[in-house]
Ligand binder design. Structure first.
Ligand code: COA
Length: 248
């Protein structure tokens, strides 16, 4: 199968995104799909990876293997789309983030067999500026979760902002903010290298239909957090893809 049959490719504000679904019968049903694209069989996706990546995948339990392979498949495709294919393996650093040669930046997220990867060249790094940017991506189903996550995920001000919505709209608003914050976390973790609580950062998705969210450090947010953080999102069928970029 050609990557065009399987992958949905999007050019977003923070880089090139590739979304793909990988199926593995051993894992069973319940997997998500990419609208308008055929899923890739796990074996085919594995065959497209490097030897070290296949070896890494072989050691993972089935669900994790499916999702990790989908993520690496998407990441290699996103890097190629960014004009910077990486021939070698892309493994993880000590924090769990994919390691890419500078000036490349990339991030991965997966959900029930669907993976999204974001890849970009960091012009600051390419230009020798050590304050280079980092990117993050997240994929979620844009629907209320079974448990109300608002207390854990939202700051007091964010909770106030969604309080007037009906239950479904509030659940969707929480899911969107959750996704934006996960993308933000992946973009800022390289700078702070610590767990960042969801209530340290507030995100304000605009109503303008442009998919841009304002990001601010919440009261009580760590002084170590980068001040220059952007986030945005796009809806793809039932999924939301959130992206972020952070600079020191
Ligand atoms: C790390 C974390 C973001 C992963 O999110 P998740 O919903 O469990 O899983 P996702 O599928 O979206 O993302 C997993 C991918 O994130 C990447 N990742 C893991 N740790 C990472 C880190 N420290 N920094 C950047 N990327 C990381 C990896 O690529 C991983 O996939 P892979 O192992 O297959 O390569 C989440 O578990 C977490 O710890 N969040 C911290 C709290 C938070 O988000 N706070 C928000 C404050 S702004």
């Amino acid at each position: 199968m050609s990557p065009h049959d399987a992958a949905l490719e999007l050019t977003l504000g923070h880089g090139h995104a590739v979304i793909v679904a990988v199926v593995e019968p051993e894992v069973g049903p319940g997997a998500l799909v990419v609208p308008g694209r055929a899923p890739v069989a796990l074996d085919a996706a594995l065959a497209a990876l490097c030897e070290d990546e296949r070896a890494h995948a072989a050691a993972l339990p089935p669900v994790r293997r499916r999702d990790w392979v989908a993520g690496r498949w998407a990441l290699h495709a996103a890097l190629a789309r960014a004009g910077a294919p990486v021939a070698g393996p892309v493994l993880a650093d000590d924090r769990g983030a994919p390691v890419l040669p500078a000036p490349l930046r990339g991030s991965v997220s997966h959900k029930r067999g669907v993976a999204v990867a974001l890849a970009a060249r960091d012009e600051a790094v390419a230009g020798g500026d050590a304050r280079g940017a980092r990117v993050g991506v997240d994929v979620e189903v844009l629907a209320p979760s079974r448990l109300d996550l608002s207390r854990r995920v939202l700051t007091d001000a964010e909770r106030e902002a969604v309080a007037g919505l009906d239950a479904r709209a509030r659940g969707v608003a929480v899911a969107l903010r959750f996704s934006l914050k996960e993308a933000v976390y992946k973009a800022i973790d390289p700078f702070v290298r610590r767990y960042v609580g969801f209530r340290e950062v507030a995100v304000w998705p605009g109503d303008g239909g442009d998919g841009v969210a304002r990001v601010e450090i919440a009261p009580g947010g760590g002084a170590d957090l980068p001040r220059d953080i952007e986030a945005g999102w796009v809806e793809v069928g039932e999924l939301v893809i959130a992206t972020a970029r952070a600079r020191r």
